[in-house]
Each structure stands twice: as structure tokens, then as C-alpha cells.
Design a protein around this ligand. Structure first.
Ligand code: DGL
Length: 282
């Protein structure tokens, strides 16, 4: 490689990573990237005007994802993380072939680790209606462990409860009891939190499912996969680059102040501003 090419590659490694979700759920993935890759910068987009994604059609999710990617590309991101299981299940395959930068989702890394860690081969998946209907968790788990029994359970009320900030409210515990009862009775030893909002309900899910069931948070595995991918492509940020403005940037399509205070309650990094954008213009 010439010196000029080396300089260009270095400059690219200082570019941020685009991360998106329908709302605050993807912050669980952003938080994990911040922990595991502290030198990386993030441009986060939460589609708070159009949440929830989990009951929408594949065509709609693909259209939304394309708009968000067009927006993130205006921020010169070097890679994109689809921090939403629904978009990972419904849109990722279609959109990745349209992109000239790496893109990863959260579904495959979580499915893989569940297949690798289950002892009795019975795996539960809680996710949005669209993610469960896509059957993609079952397919990916069985590609690693053909004899696995996968029990999917949509939990549509979890997303609005989290967006409302009712993580430990008695109503949420009651809803969790109703949703999780059949999974509890089925004898699963592993449960995938297959929606990026759900790790925020981890302690409630733990309380209902008991200590014996292993809870898989795909965010953790996704950050590991992202690190490997950036490393392979020589895109890891060494933290020595110069840039202007905040380390991480946050954009939403609605309710910026509400998003900001939520983000500040769960991120290890305080955010000063969240900017509102008109995503339909992209
Ligand atoms: N957090 C997203 C997911 O992982 C979407 C939730 C929703 O908007 O329904 O599926």
C-alpha cells in the first residue's frame, strides 16, 4: 500500500459507526459498543416518530431502513449496525447488497451464541411479532444446531412499556408473567432477548423466568462481531484522530428531549443534545 492509501485508510478508521433502531432499544447495543470499543464514535438514530416497527410489514421496514441508511451515510459512517431485531430480520438481507460499507445486524450473533450455549437444546425467543413471524431466529439457530427446538413468543406490549420508561412497574411484571408463562412451562434452558428493547426489562424477565434460564442479550455478541469485522478490515479506531463536536451523536425523528433523558439514564456517557431530523426527507 502507498503512503497515500495508508493515510486514507487511517482517516476512514476515524469515521463513526452508524447505529439505528426504532427508538431507545438500540441504545442497549450502543451501550455495549461503547463498553467494548471505547475508541469508536457512534452516530445513533432512533426512529421515535415511527416506533414500533414490530407490527409493520417487511416492505415498510425495508423503506424505513433505506431512509435511515441514506441519512447515516450523510454523516460519513464507516460501518452500520442495525440495532433492531425487526429490521435485522426483515430488511438486512435486502439492503446489505445495496451498500458499499459493512453492515451487521443483531439477530445472527445472538442466535449463534444461544445455539452454542444451550445444554438441553430447548431455546426460547422473545421478540416482536414481525421478528417471530419471520422465523429467522429458528432458521439461524438450527443452522448451528439442527436438533434445536425453538419456541418463539411475541411480546408486543414490551416495547411501549419500555418507551414509556415503565421498566420495573407492577404492570410490566404482570404483562411479563402473562407472556412468559408458556415458555417457563416448556423447559427451555436459554432465552434470547430478541428485541433490543428487552434487555432493559432483563431484571423483570429474570424474576419471572428464575435463575436457571440463561438470558442471551444479542447486543453483547453483536459488539464482539463488530470488533472482529472492523479489525479484519483495518477499520478499528485507535482513538488518536482529531474531530470536531461530540464523540457520539444522537438523532431522532420525534420527542428529542424525552429520548435524551432516557439515553442519559442508561448510557455510561452523558449526552448533551439530541437532534430532531425529518427522516422522510431522506
Ligand atoms: N427494538 C426493535 C427490535 O429489536 C424494534 C421494536 C419495535 O419497534 O417494535 O425489534
Amino acid at each position: 500500500m502507498s503512503n497515500k492509501q495508508l493515510d486514507e485508510a487511517k482517516a476512514l478508521s476515524y469515521a463513526p459507526i452508524g447505529v439505528f433502531d426504532s427508538g431507545v432499544g438500540g441504545l442497549t447495543v450502543a451501550r455495549e459498543i461503547m463498553r467494548q470499543l471505547p475508541d469508536e464514535r457512534i452516530v445513533y438514530f432512533g426512529d421515535t416518530a415511527r416506533v414500533p416497527y414490530g407490527s409493520k410489514s417487511k416492505e415498510t421496514i425495508i423503506r424505513f431502513s433505506r431512509q435511515i441508511i441514506r441519512f447515516l451515510k450523510t454523516k460519513n459512517v464507516k460501518a452500520i449496525v442495525v440495532a433492531c431485531n425487526t429490521a435485522s430480520a426483515l430488511a438486512l438481507e435486502e439492503i446489505q447488497s445495496e451498500l458499499d460499507i459493512p453492515i451487521i445486524g443483531v439477530l445472527k450473533p445472538g442466535a449463534k451464541v444461544a445455539a452454542e450455549t444451550t445444554e438441553n437444546g430447548k431455546i426460547g425467543v422473545i421478540a416482536t411479532e414481525s421478528t417471530i413471524a419471520s422465523q429467522l431466529y429458528t432458521k439461524v439457530i438450527q443452522s448451528h444446531l439442527p436438533q434445536a427446538q425453538v419456541l418463539g413468543k411475541p411480546c408486543p406490549l414490551f416495547v411501549p412499556l419500555v418507551e414509556e420508561g415503565w421498566m420495573k412497574d407492577p404492570v410490566t411484571v404482570e404483562v411479563a408473567n402473562r407472556y412468559l408463562e408458556p415458555l417457563k412451562e416448556s423447559g427451555i434452558d436459554t432465552l434470547i432477548l430478541g428485541c433490543t428493547h428487552y434487555p432493559l426489562l432483563r431484571s423483570t424477565v429474570r424474576q419471572v423466568m428464575g435463575e436457571e434460564v440463561n438470558l442471551v442479550n444479542p447486543a453483547y455478541e453483536t459488539a464482539i462481531e463488530l470488533k472482529g469485522l472492523l479489525d479484519d478490515m483495518d477499520l478499528l479506531n485507535d482513538g488518536k484522530g482529531q474531530f470536531e463536536g461530540p464523540v457520539h451523536q444522537f438523532y431522532v425523528s420525534d420527542a428529542a428531549e424525552k429520548f435524551k433523558s432516557f439515553a442519559n439514564s442508561i448510557l455510561p456517557y452523558g449526552i448533551d443534545t439530541t437532534q430532531l431530523i425529518h427522516i422522510e426527507e431522506y
